[in-house]
Each structure stands twice: as structure tokens, then as C-alpha cells.
Ligand binder design. Structure first.
Ligand code: ARG
Length: 292
């Protein structure tokens, strides 16, 4: 099923966390209502379905153990940002999620990652707000709703990669991965509804052939898809978008994740890419003066 030449060049090794303790116990985004609880069995079934489709597409899945009392731990996209052997841990904006960090960090250490933190105290919510995009090594990052723009500068210094910041202007799209889904070095799905004009210009400068989402497609979390080689695993795929993705050479697989939408998360939120390559080492500057 996988078509190797397609895709962003990362996203074949994913971290996921079984939703054994998943629920809606607090409200930190416009989708969460404590009186609308997800169905536990439904959530387990949908998660297993997503795992199956990702594996069929060629992804290998690594597991983070679920922890009682941390219902949003399932959204591993927010655990941190991984590049090469480095794991940049998240600093959550909301106290409700802050206890997740110790669990994420313990996992990363157990796997041999070098665990780091963005300098300062500003919030940074990991790959939910930071996605490699367009030219190799560039990271597109979202701010205002969760991560702060100051954290982006720190991320750039820490990893030695250019980070382009865009403001998330609509609270329905509170993480970057709800408005931006990189497909390959020319294309991405983009929900311009969640960005301002400047943000759309930044996206255009990185992605020459954006697939802009219509309002209903953005609202259905179509940008929250996982791209595994030539396969796009999506929470929903209206026909117009399916045709656009097919025309770009992609195969679509739909993984219904309605139980997770009750917590404001879709397919991408349930995964963290572990195989984002480190940027090419910078060649040492040529000596200007001979040593003799
Ligand atoms: N309930 C979670 C929160 O509000 C959902 C996280 C969704 N994750 C994402 N990467 N968009 O933080």
C-alpha cells in the first residue's frame, strides 16, 4: 500500500499511547465538555483501528504506557518534538496537562534520547505546534493558543534549525497540527481559516503547492492527518479533498476517531513522529588565514 517516493521523508516511526485512561475530565479547548464523555470501548476500538491503518501504510508504532489520571497522554503529538536523537520535552500551558511531562521524559530517557527543554519558561507543546515543512530542516511553528512565540526562538537556537512562526488566530484551531499537514517538499494541506494573512504568506513561501482546505474540511480536522509515505490517514475525507490528494499522488485511508474529537484531538494528535532527521551538519567555515 505504501508508495515510497511520496511523503515528507519522516513519519514512519510513531509514538502512540493506548487510551486505557482516556476521558474528558476538564475543559481546555472549545471541544471538551465534561458532560460529553467519550465511550471507553469506542475509543479503544477507534485507536486500534488507527494503529492498524498506520501499520498497513508502513509505519512502525512504539508505545508509551498509559497512566491513570492523565487522560490526554494519548495525544502524544504534544509529548515533545523529536529530531535525530534529541527529544525536546513540552512545557504545557495548562496545569491540567503538566504532569504528563515527567512521563514523556522518563520514556524518552529509557529509549536513549538526549532530553532537552526549550530555554526559558514559556509554554511549548511539542509536535502539536511544530512541524518540519518544505525545505529540509525548516520547522513551521504555531503560537498564541498554546505555545508561545518566545519558545519558538528558543527551539530554533536549541536545534540549530530555522523556525518560522505563524499565529493561530482561531481558537477552534488551537494547535498547528489542526491547520497544517505537510505532505512532501512541495505540498501540504492547509486550513487558512486558522491563520492570518502573514501566516498564509509564510506557508506559501515554504510550500509551493498548498492544498487549501474548505471551511467544513478544516472543521472536520482534515489537516490532522498522519502521512506515511504515500498514504494519508485522515479522520475524515470529503470527496473534493480526496480528489485533490489523489491528483497529488496520495492514497487516502480514513480512520474514524470521533471519540477523540470529544477531547479536541484527531489522528495526528494521537501520534508523535520519532524519525525526523537531524539537519545536515554545517561544514566548518573555511579558514581565512593559513595557519603557517
Ligand atoms: N485535549 C487535548 C488538549 O486540549 C487535545 C490535544 C490535541 N493535540 C494536538 N496535537 N492537536 O490539549
Amino acid at each position: 500500500m505504501a508508495i515510497d517516493a511520496k511523503g515528507p521523508g519522516w513519519g514512519r516511526r510513531l509514538l502512540m499511547c493506548e487510551p486505557r485512561f482516556f476521558t474528558v475530565a476538564y475543559e481546555i479547548n472549545p471541544y471538551m465538555h465534561v458532560e460529553v464523555r467519550p465511550d471507553p470501548e469506542g475509543a479503544m476500538g477507534q485507536w486500534a483501528g488507527l494503529v492498524g491503518l498506520l501499520q498497513q501504510a508502513g509505519a512502525s508504532i512504539e508505545r508509551l504506557g498509559p497512566v491513570e489520571g492523565l487522560p490526554d497522554l494519548v495525544f502524544t503529538a504534544n509529548a515533545g518534538f523529536v529530531q535525530g536523537g534529541r527529544f525536546v520535552a513540552s512545557r504545557f500551558r495548562h496545569p491540567e496537562r503538566q504532569a504528563e511531562t515527567a512521563v514523556d521524559v522518563a520514556w524518552a530517557r529509557s529509549q536513549g534520547y538526549v532530553v532537552e527543554e526549550v530555554p526559558g519558561k514559556e509554554p511549548f507543546e511539542g509536535a502539536g505546534d511544530a512541524l518540519p515543512s518544505g525545505p529540509r530542516g525548516v520547522v513551521l511553528a504555531g503560537y498564541r493558543q498554546r505555545s508561545s512565540i518566545q519558545a519558538h526562538a528558543g527551539l530554533s537556537r536549541l536545534l540549530g534549525v530555522p523556525v518560522r512562526s505563524v499565529e493561530l488566530v482561531d481558537e477552534r484551531f488551537y494547535h498547528l497540527d489542526l491547520v497544517f499537514c505537510p505532505l512532501d517538499d512541495r505540498r501540504a494541506m492547509v486550513a487558512g481559516q486558522g491563520l492570518d494573512d502573514y501566516g498564509c504568506r509564510v506557508v506559501r513561501s515554504l510550500v509551493p503547492e498548498p492544498i487549501w482546505l474548505e471551511g467544513s474540511e478544516a472543521a472536520a480536522f482534515c489537516a490532522n492527518s498522519v502521512v506515511v509515505g504515500g498514504v494519508v490517514v485522515m479522520p475524515a475525507c470529503p470527496p473534493r479533498l480526496g480528489r485533490a490528494l489523489e491528483a497529488a499522488g496520495y492514497e487516502v485511508a480514513v480512520a474514524p476517531v470521533g471519540e477523540f474529537l470529544k477531547a479536541g484531538g484527531g489522528c495526528r494528535c494521537l501520534t508523535l513522529a520519532l524519525d525526523v532527521p537531524a539537519p545536515p551538519a554545517v561544514a566548518p567555515a573555511p579558514a581565512l588565514w593559513g595557519s603557517a
